[in-house]
Design a protein around this ligand. Structure first.
Ligand code: HEC
Ligand code: HEC
Ligand code: HEC
Ligand code: HEC
Length: 197
């Protein structure tokens, strides 16, 4: 390989790396309110269940019995603990995602985009082309339950998860069962166009 072609290669590689980063950076978390504008029923149902309130569990004096059992300090405020925030907020430290309670209060808890994926691109698709295909939605960053529980596993099947089956059988995590009985999840509603999931 001569010198010029090597330089050209390096330039091409740098350019594509740059393009890839900008494309990635452009997918942002937009917040629950944006989704709820169109998905009111799911929004209401979600707001009453435990994912929506996951941030509250980190506060001092909340869930004290459970915390003691797990060896956590029930009087400690865990709302600034980086480890806990990863799973008890939405898009922690990612563009548009949770940073701290003051700057991004709307991203507290496990919101729509924690499961469905950062929404800046696919919400446009939902808005402008409601007859979108699953492939289009996936390409725009939307996550689907399918048979592969990618939506849930980062938080639920993770070595840093404290409340597991080992602590108490009630914490046994069964993805298919959870989707079926919808404990913690919003109810399932009929879709207008009826495709996708
Ligand atoms: C961003 C992390 C995150 C994602 C993604 C996530 N969860 Fe959770 N989940 C949590 C946290 C945190 C709690 C505990 C909430 C609390 O009580 O504070 C929880 C609680 C639960 C519970 C117990 C609910 C209850 O009320 O007893 C079930 C069941 C559950 N999740 C299922 C799922 C399923 C199924 C998915 C995927 C479709 C999923 N979760 C995605 C973090 C997550
Ligand atoms: C890897 C993800 C993850 C991390 C990290 C994490 N949690 Fe959780 N947390 C969960 C999930 C998932 C549940 C739901 C367990 C269930 O109900 O099955 C949960 C549940 C809880 C609960 C509710 C338990 C109950 O029975 O009411 C508390 C309190 C809690 N976590 C506190 C914390 C604290 C404090 C930290 C940091 C020291 C932390 N978590 C770190 C994922 C996580
Ligand atoms: C804990 C994960 C989780 C969270 C948080 C979540 N969803 Fe879902 N959502 C799902 C799963 C899983 C399905 C697929 C339903 C199925 O196949 O049973 C779904 C399905 C849907 C559907 C399809 C129609 C329906 O009712 O099933 C819409 C629309 C939707 N969610 C919107 C939202 C909105 C809006 C929010 C926030 C207010 C949200 N979701 C929060 C997991 C989640
Ligand atoms: C401007 C309105 C609008 C906004 C904003 C919007 N959606 Fe949708 N969404 C739709 C429409 C229309 C459909 C088509 C499905 C149907 O009702 O048949 C849909 C479908 C869905 C589905 C299930 C169908 C599928 O296969 O993908 C999910 C999940 C969903 N939206 C989640 C979200 C989330 C999460 C957000 C926020 C990031 C969001 N939507 C923002 C209008 C919207």
């Amino acid at each position: 390989m001569n010198k010029i072609s090597l330089q050209t290669w390096i330039t091409v590689l740098l350019m594509s790396a740059l393009l890839a980063t900008t494309a990635y950076a452009r997918t942002k978390y937009v917040g629950n309110e944006v989704c709820i504008q169109c998905h009111k029923k799911e929004g209401l149902s979600w707001s009453k269940r435990s994912h929506a309130n996951a941030f509250e569990s980190l506060k001092a004096g909340k869930r004290t019995v459970a915390k003691k059992r797990a060896g956590l300090d029930p009087d400690k405020d865990y709302t600034t603990d980086k480890l806990c925030l990863r799973c008890h907020t939405t898009g922690y430290r990612k563009p548009g995602g949770f940073r701290n309670e003051k700057s991004s209060p709307k991203m507290k808890g496990v919101g729509c985009e924690a499961c469905h994926g950062a929404g800046s691109k696919y919400k446009k698709l939902h808005d402008e082309k409601p007859t979108f295909t699953k492939e289009e939605a996936k390409a725009a960053g939307e996550l689907y339950a399918d048979n592969d529980p990618t939506m849930c596993k980062d938080c639920h099947i993770n070595k840093d998860q404290i409340f597991t089956e080992k602590l108490d059988k009630k914490y046994k995590y069964d993805y298919l069962e959870a989707i079926k009985n919808r404990k913690g999840l919003h109810e399932k509603f009929k879709k207008k166009y009826g495709f996708g999931f």
